[in-house]
Design a protein around this ligand. Structure first.
Ligand code: MG
Length: 159
């Protein structure tokens, strides 16, 4: 059986924070705020993976009240999510994700993000698609108040 999962995440931008997307630290005067490294792209992928098997969301598995997850690399959280999926007989097939950001320009960094996500997920790079979309100045992302990401995954389950 093939199952599909969808993930969405949104984080505010704040001064004095690194901007981490798909495990890549992006040069920027502001970064995303959150309890972990606030990697909105990795979080969307993780939410999608959990969603594929109806396992809830990242907040349920890695609560932001838990000091163990403070500042943690979200790629590490992703590896834990893959372990959860594997333990339930799931095998991740592919990922398709989009980051919604006004600035900086992300296009040159997308292949590296895909590679790091693929490494964390145990996938070949050609099974991970990362795209970026500009909101053309519209809305909260356009005003650079935050960034959002969406992802879909497919998971094969043999149980
Ligand atoms: Mg998040």
């Amino acid at each position: 059986m093939t199952r599909v999962g969808f993930g969405f995440d949104l984080h505010p931008l704040a001064a004095g924070r690194p901007l981490v997307l798909g495990g890549v630290t992006v040069e920027s005067d502001r970064g995303l705020a959150g309890h972990s490294d606030a990697d909105v792209l990795s979080h969307a992928v993780g939410e999608a993976l959990l969603g594929a098997l109806a396992l809830g969301d990242l907040g349920r598995h890695f609560p932001d009240t838990d000091p163990r997850y403070r500042g943690i690399s979200s790629l590490r959280l992703l590896r834990s999510v893959v372990d959860l999926v594997t333990a339930r007989g799931g095998r991740l097939v592919n990922v398709d994700a989009t980051v919604l950001a006004q600035a900086p320009r992300l296009a040159p960094l997308l292949p590296e993000m895909a590679k790091r996500l693929a490494d964390a997920l145990g996938l070949e790079t050609d099974r991970v698609s990362v795209k970026a979309k500009s909101p053309e100045g519209l809305g909260l992302v356009g005003r650079q108040e935050g960034m959002a990401a969406m992802a879909v995954v497919s998971v094969e389950v043999t149980a």
